[in-house]
Design a binder for this molecule. Structure first.
Ligand code: AMP
Ligand code: ZN
Length: 497
């Protein structure tokens, strides 16, 4: 692959050439869920963006360490420095242990990720599993004189930090003067704010009140870490003080990611990631989908079609396809009509892919398939432009149908190319799983498996790895399946024994 990958860095606000610090290794950190309730479709969109990036980087040959945390402590109500811990509150309401809440929603989260065919991250660290690292980080920041203790809580000194580093607000585009004014107004309404030297400061360690259940011993008494700290501590631990990519939803830019950068610099003189990637919001009638907005859909409601906004259910892969048809930096509005259109489009592509294995080659056509393939890569290299890549797939589907109907021809070389590339791109990069196979229909399953095996063999032959392609043919023969290689492609039949 001789094209460069460009990604949009939220710091600086432009597309930059992706150059890993230590190729072929890539370190990527993504803020994971706060496991106090069911994951909604908006959350899924953000995780899908980074699943796509993970898959694409891996496809390009990078060895990616993908770290996505689980927030199981420290995230207070309204993302603020005061109020109840979201998990502890849910535990209180349901009369359960906080760790029962964490377990329930972590299991649910992983289940939903699996339904959408999202790959598990390489490491999935939890905030509660890294209290020691967080305490160490607080100590380091205090040693640098950029945090101070008041009454068992430790606050990050934003003003002092800004004097030294002059970059607070750079990611989110906020002006420190305006932040100070804004935080000053909030001060009157939020308890505990009077401990801060300046209202813009944020807690990196909080003293636990007597009724706060989730608490740990620290040099400053019993308490718990500030929400922003866990991501600084865990990204540093697993990816180093400087790493390649940090991702999350757009709504996390401030205060969460701005605070992370400040903590990283204060502790280690590095801001952490070189590239900040932010995924835009899934909206409903133009409004961000969110738990607090009351317009959140559960994936199950979507699959079952049980939500009042839906006329029917949609399969997980249709929903995945629907989301991939929007660029990750654009908002995406959820509606029954949009999903319906996505379902039709998705079927057009999967139907064409199902025809691939049975296509017959002939004379070369005018259509340049090699160029077509490089345009798919060009789209992905242009800041993961999946909608453009999918538009190219629609073009391919149209031509596959024409070839199948004998209206258009394709050379043997081009046919082998697309028989290899299209399924690989769809499955490995876009993460689209063949749902016919998943449905458990035996005939479909056998057809699907045979198509998969033939595609793998085509891939081997394309690479001139004839040893592997012969092993596949001979092994199939042993179980009573005869592959038939013709000029026009490969078919199969059961042999009578
Ligand atoms: P939370 O569990 O609330 O911390 O959110 C987990 C992730 O989902 C974060 O990266 C959020 O930015 C993201 N997120 C929340 N709501 C939406 C939405 N409506 N669209 C896209 N991403 C979202
Ligand atoms: Zn985070």
């Amino acid at each position: 692959m001789n094209q460069d990958l460009f990604l949009y860095n939220s710091i600086g606000g432009q597309k930059v050439k992706f150059e890993p610090i230590n190729p072929p290794f890539v370190g990527m950190y993504v803020c994971g869920p706060t496991v106090y309730s069911d994951v909604h479709l908006g959350n899924c969109r953000t995780f899908l963006t980074f699943d796509l990036l993970y898959r694409y980087l891996t496809h390009l040959g990078y060895k990616v360490r993908y770290v996505r945390n689980i927030t199981d402590a420290g995230h207070l109500e309204n993302d603020a420095d005061a109020g109840e811990d979201k998990i502890a509150k849910k535990a209180r309401l349901e009369e359960l242990e906080p760790m029962e809440i964490v377990q329930r929603y972590t299991v649910g989260f992983r289940h939903v990720m699996g339904l959408f065919n999202m790959l598990p991250p390489s490491i999935e660290p939890t905030a509660t599993g890294h209290i020691v690292e967080q305490i160490e980080m607080v100590k380091k920041i205090m040693e640098k004189g950029l945090a101070y203790e008041v009454n068992g809580s430790v606050y990050f000194d934003v003003i002092k930090y800004q004097e030294q580093f002059k970059n607070y607000g750079e990611l989110s585009g906020r002006k420190i003067d305006e932040l100070i004014a804004g935080a000053g107004a909030e001060k009157r309404t939020l308890e505990g704010q009077d401990e801060k030297r300046n209202p813009v400061d944020f807690a990196i360690w909080k003293k636990a009140s007597p009724y706060h259940i989730m608490r740990w011993v620290s040099p400053w008494g019993e308490g718990f870490p500030g929400w922003h700290l866990e991501c600084s501590a865990m990204s540093t631990k697993y990816l180093g003080e400087e790493f390649d990519i940090h991702g999350g939803g757009m709504d996390l830019k401030f205060p969460h990611h701005e605070a992370e950068i400040a903590q990283n610099n204060a502790c280690c003189n590095h801001g952490g990631p070189r590239i900040w990637l932010h995924s835009n919001m899934l909206t409903v009638n133009g409004k961000r989908m969110g738990k607090s907005e009351g317009n959140a859909f559960l994936p199950e409601e979507l699959f079952a079609g049980s939500h009042p906004l839906l006329t029917k259910g949609y399969s997980p892969m249709t929903v995945r396809f629907f989301m991939l048809q929007a660029h990750y930096r654009s908002t995406l509005d959820f509606s029954n009509e949009a999903l319906h259109a996505a379902e039709k489009g998705f079927k057009r592509i999967t139907d064409a892919v199902n025809l691939l294995a049975s296509l017959k080659s002939g004379v070369a056509s005018d259509f340049n398939w090699k160029q077509w393939e490089s345009e798919v890569y060009a789209a992905m290299n242009d800041d993961l432009n999946s909608p453009v890549a999918i538009a190219h797939l629609f073009e391919a589907a149209k031509r596959i149908n024409s070839i199948s109907e004998g209206k258009e021809s394709v050379s043997k070389e081009d046919l082998e190319r697309i028989q290899y590339f299209i399924p690989v791109f769809l499955q490995d990069v876009l993460g689209i799983r063949n749902e016919n196979m998943a449905a458990g229909n035996e005939e479909n399953t056998v057809d699907g498996l045979m198509q998969l095996i033939i595609n793998l063999r085509n891939e081997a032959r394309f690479r001139k790895d004839f040893q592997t392609s012969d092993i596949i043919r001979d092994s199939l023969k042993e179980v009573g399946i005869q592959l038939k290689d013709g000029k026009e492609g490969t078919g199969w039949e059961k042999t009578t024994s």
